[in-house]
Structure formats: C-alpha cells, structure tokens
Design a protein around this ligand. Sequence first.
Ligand code: GTP
Length: 622
Amino acid sequence: YPCDRIRNFSIIAHIDHGKSTLADRLLEVTGTIQVRGAGANQQVLDKLKVERERGITGQSLLHFLEQAQADETSVKAQTATMFHTLKNKSYLLNLIDTPGHVDFAWEVSRSMAACQGALLLVDASQGVQAQSLSVFHVAKERGLHIIPVLNKIDLPAADPERVIAQMQSMFHIDPAQVISISAKSGHGIDNVLEAIIDRIPPPPASRDAPLKALLFDSTYDRYRGVISLVSVQDGILRKNDKIVSCYSNKKYDVIDVGIMHPEEEATGVLYAGQVGYIACNMKQSSEAHIGDTLHRVGEPVAALAGFSPMKAMVFAGVFPLDNKDFLKLEESIKRLTLTDRSVTIQRESSTALGQGCRLGFLGTLHLDVFRQRLEDEYEANIIVTAPTVPYRIVYKDKTIAVSNPTDFPDPSDYGVRGCHVEEPIVRATIIVPQKYLGEMMELCSEHRAEDIDHHHIDASDTSARVILTCHIPLAEIVSDFFEKLKSRSSGFASFDYEEAGYKQSDLSKMTFLLNHQPVDALAVIVHRSALDRTARTWVAKLKKVIPRQQFEVPIQAAVGRKVLARETLSAYRKDVTAGLYGGHYERKMKHLENQKEGKKKMKKIGKVDLPQEAFFDILGST
Ligand code: GTP
C-alpha cells in the first residue's frame, strides 16, 4: 500500500455519543470482525464499578481494563487496521483510538499526531457537549481534517436540524458536509467510509527516508511484556531491526511487528504511513513513553515536536489499614503500575499512619480507577489521604514544587523568607440547559472561579443550552466538583477542562491537633476564603469519629500557631470492667484481653490512642 492508499483517522466524541458502536460498525462493514450484536462490549465495561458510579464510560477506562486483563479475552483497543475497496481501488484504513476523558488529554493529542483526519461524532438527540468541543479544538490545532458525523438519527428524540445548526455555529462546519448515520442500525456507514477516503489526505510520509516512528500507545502483556503501537512517519520498520528511543536513548530489538486487524497480525514489516504494533523487549510500561520517537541504531532523526513526559496533576498518600501489611500493599501497587504507565510512586512515611506510598495521577478519574483496582488487587481497604494538586512555592532565588501538605511551609516562613504560593489553574467549559445556568454560576463562584463568561448555543426555546467558561483552581475540582455539577444540573451539565498555567494564591496549610499534637496525615492546603468553614467542619467531624480517651482531648484546627476552631472530646471512664458484676471472672478477663488487642492496633498521637480505622472514616468521608 503506497501512502496515497492509506488513511489514518480517529473518532472524536463526547461520552456515549456512540464512538465504540461506530468503530464496531466500521470493522464489520470492512469485514475486519464478524458481525456481532450491539452491546457486545457492554459486559466487560460494566465490570468497572467506578464507571457506573461516576456515570463515565469510555475509552480511557477501556484502556485500564485492557491493561488489567491483557491476557484474557477482553475487548481490544479500538486501534485497528481495515481494508476497504472503493471504486475498484483498495485502501488501508487505520482507525486510531483516542481516550475519551480529560485526564488523558496528553494521550489524546499524541494519538492525534498519528492521524490526518478525524470523525467528529455528535449525538443527534444530545447535541454538542463539552468534550466534543475540547477534543475538536485539539484536532483543529493539530491540523486534522474534520468529518462531521451526526449519529443516532434513528432516535425519536433526534433533532438533526438543530444539532447541525449547533455544529455550524460552534465548529464553523458547512452543513452540507455533515453525514447523518445510525451507528446502531448501520445506516450511512458506507458514506462514512467514502468520506474517509475522499476527504482525509494520505499521510505525508517517505519510504526512502531513515526510519522515524511515533510511539502513541502501549499495552502490557503478561507474557511478552510491553506491546507498543506506532505510527511509521518515515522509512521502513522491520522485524529484527535495532531501534533507539529518542527520549531515553535505550536500544531495543524489534522482536515482532505487525498490524492490528483487529487482533495482532504479524506482517514482519511496517512501511511509511502505516500504523501497527511492535514488541521489543521493553519490560515495563513506563519504558514506553507516549509521544516518543523511535529510530534505527546509527541513523538518528530529529524527535517529533512537542514531546514532554506526562505530568501527574493529583497526588494522594495510600496507607494500609494495618501497618504490618505495608509490604503487601506496596507489592500490589507495583504490580498495578506495571500495566499503568502513568502513575508515579514514592514511599512516604507519616507519624500518624506509618509507612505508605505517595502516588501521582493524571486526574481524579485516574485516581478513582486506580484506587478501585488497588482495593481489588490488594483485597483490603486502604486509607487514601485527601487529594492534593502540585503547588509551587516561589522564593526569591528558586521555585520548588510541593505536592504533599507535609512539605508546605508554615505562614511564619512566608514573611521571613519572602516567598509566595502559586497553584495550578484550569480553563473549564460547562455546557448546560439554560434553566440551570444560575446554579452553575453559583457553583463556580463557590469554587473560586474567575472570568466567568457564558453565551447561548441554540437560538430559541426553553431547552436552549448555554456554554459557560471560566478559570478555576484545579484544587477546587479534584474533590467533589463533578458530582455537585451533575446533581445540581439533574445530570444535564457536561464538563471539560484544560490546563491554564499557575497563579499566585493565598493558600495556607491547615493542621489538626489532638491534645495539642499535630496529626500529619490530616494536614490540608486551604484557601483563605475557606479557612473558617474548613476548620469548623473538620473539627466537628473529627469529634464524631475519634473514640473517647481516659482524659479530656482538645481537637483543634490551626494555621501556623493560630487556632481557628476547637472542640473538646470529654473523658471516658477509666475501668473498662467497672460496669461488670464482680463474680464474672471470665467475662472480665475477656474484656481486658479485648482492650489489649485493641491497644495493639492503636496509633499514638502524643498521649492519644487512635485506631487506624478512625483515619479511614475521617478521610473516607471527605
Ligand atoms: P464511550 O465509549 O463510553 O465514550 O461511549 P461511546 O461514545 O463509545 O458510545 P457507545 O458506542 O458505547 O454508545 C453509547 C450508547 O448509545 C449505547 O447504548 C449504544 O447502543 C447507543 N448507540 C450508539 N449508536 C447509536 C445509534 O445510532 N442509535 C441509537 N439509538 N443508539 C445508539
């Protein structure tokens, strides 16, 4: 297949607009897979509880699932090669998978670097949503040719005219270019294939140039190690080639190479313009750097532009419920990170919680998925500290990144050392029916949003929707913002965000003290506007969860030396057996025994005994 017979494209869509269904249909029509019933993937997807709870389904989770079950008969990634004949010419079409969630924005942009075009899929009953918009912009920036596709036209609630008008106003698309389909029934799929061939340009690749391949995805196979997906930008990639990673300078032997059809099919060679898989003795997923450029040993090429390693944006400490299980927990974490290249790990020790790990994630969805997988893998409850974003402490002569509240300087340091704090900001987009606009503006303001702006998408009627944009601190959306957004819009709001740099902010470390001793694991970073509220709610919560002691315990929230809230836990009667009858010796012994047993699991915070479970309750309910 010379380049002019190759087309590389991806499907971009908001969650649930029918991306997987369309991909399945394309594979079926081109004979790549057998016709199978709609929803064949559903069973596997439903396994993930997180997804159901948060109402998110998607490629991003599919990624995790595939990696988790790489050696089982799970759904394959939707990166696949198809063969299709049009007007007596045969073509090679590569569908390249893009993750569907903002946490994975980096991977979205990388997989788009392997395409020349994209199908922009919009649900004819739902209309344009926040994620349609954000992925569209990424695709546009990358110069991809966009084919607008209107899906689900079979639905009674479909309103094609109106949605096409939305696409016209928001994406500046010519309505005549829109292809109307039903991915479910198969209606219009041939037109999609024709448009892919007619409208998307072939890859600008040269077979004669030295090998240059972009690594844009990877999966992990328990037996063969890392399988990478590559787009050959120039040259020819053959089995037994010796290649080098531009990022790490490590050398590898290409052990196997082929196309995804849709399973791996060895071809021994990939030519310029093609997309396929390689296996090359990479042991760990972390060696496969998404966005890396590969070339042949001794034939260096310029790395493809724009590569920067992935950045963790949300951090949390993970501790075992029982301290002696730390090694087992750490082993479980390591096993999971074999298949999830984007989690960062560091050991962390806390006086309150003992030994644990500090993990970095791409976003909160990523954290939730990992936490769920970890609990399954480790078969026990874990204590996860409140999520923190990476702050910057800017001194006169240097800037340091802090992602653990423990390392945050005290306010007294500020004055003395003349530093200030900066926090990461995102640009958020919310699309919501008009009647919820007030609620949404309020929600954003409560979360320190700035530059709030909105305008209408549809012209008329009551269900008209508005698009709201604002700048909001990342820290404000990492906890329960998404849930609040959904519940306060009766599920109608769609939400997306992109990084928007750092901004100076009035933040302090709040510590909690039991009997005047600070509990390190509970420290949080709080904005000045929320200090009093946070102090009061947390102190009240702590009072509820902490068991009474044999003496009175003051519970305090403080910033530096200033106490902002206080509750007092009254003392508990001294003798646990005092309430029992004198004669019941055995019963008395049993109680004393229990008390001793209890003691073992207790943590000492100064003179206060705290069961580890108390932390689970405190942190679990944030
Ligand atoms: P994620 O992978 O979760 O992002 O979703 P998706 O965009 O891949 O959507 P998916 O293909 O899973 O489709 C979502 C739902 O819409 C499924 O229940 C499909 O059966 C349904 N669906 C997809 N296409 C059509 C269509 O043309 N008509 C109708 N009526 N339903 C459709």
